[in-house]
Design a protein around this ligand. Structure first.
Ligand SMILES: [Zn+2]
Length: 259
């Protein structure tokens, strides 16, 4: 099944996200930009992308302009086409859209104020790279079948290195006083407990983050707030990871050893 490339923008800076190639992950992805449908295509990333997202700071979209993107995937020295899409920014949105956008930006700023947002270490599951030797295709994805507590090579993700760590990503954690339930996999599900962050980097279920106080949270149920292609905010449920959970053992050092 072919993948799809979704392009939104954050104050005119294009944000690309695409579906991963399944079941076998590629070694990496390569993104291209073009001003026209037939090229010339310009490569965007120097090093292969290991996540299925890219923020194109070099080509902010202008009003009434269309820009073109394609993402290829790499298998060894071979590069194969994967997804394409375009971004168009319509002229003169209606006044009500401008007002609503202004209001959304105002709230966004309020939510992400330094006093509300907290610098967290974000761990994003790798979407590309070399596969784990104890991995295999299960269903439509590649999974690690290591039988110990935490696979030292892929950290349970199926891809060597496991995660991409991003330091100092602002996340606002909204605490809620609600019922807590302990699941048997060691992740506490807290109804109504939410996290908020800016449009990039894009997060998904499986990613987790570490707060300044050392608490760890698993991210699930991500939705993004968008208006007319402008992505303002990502909202997600956050579930406390118990200190006994293997995810607690993943640190910067463990990542370096795994990679
Ligand atoms: Zn593994």
């Amino acid at each position: 099944m072919p993948g799809t490339l979704t392009i939104t923008h954050d104050s005119r800076v294009p944000i690309l996200s695409w579906t991963p190639r399944l079941p076998y992950p590629p070694l990496g992805y390569q993104a291209y930009w073009s001003p026209g449908v037939d090229g010339p295509w310009k490569g965007l990333n120097q090093e292969m992308l290991l996540l299925t997202q890219y923020r194109d700071d070099a080509h902010p979209i202008r009003t009434n302009n269309r820009i073109y993107y394609k993402v290829n995937y790499k298998l060894g020295a071979v590069e194969l086409p994967w997804v394409t899409s375009t971004l168009f920014l319509a002229d003169a949105s209606p006044a009500w859209v401008q007002r609503v956008l202004g209001e959304i930006r105002r709230r966004h700023t309020a939510i992400m104020l330094p006093m509300g947002g907290e610098d967290c270490d974000l761990y994003l599951v790798r979407a590309a790279g070399e596969v784990c030797p104890t991995g295999e295709v299960v269903g439509n994805g590649f999974r690690c079948t290591f039988e110990g507590r935490l696979c030292p090579q892929c950290l349970g993700t199926g891809i060597l290195g496991g995660y991409i760590r991003m330091a100092d990503v602002k996340i606002r954690v909204r605490n809620a006083q609600e019922q807590v339930e302990l699941r048997n996999d060691g992740i506490v599900v807290t109804e109504g407990r939410r996290g908020y962050m800016a449009a990039f980097p894009t997060v998904q279920t499986g990613d987790f983050f570490v707060r300044v106080n050392g608490e760890r949270y698993a991210i699930t149920n991500v939705t993004s707030r968008e208006l007319q292609g402008h992505r303002t905010l990502q909202v997600f449920n956050i579930n406390v990871i118990e200190p006994e959970h293997p995810l607690y053992e993943i640190t910067e050092t463990v990542l370096e050893r795994a990679a």
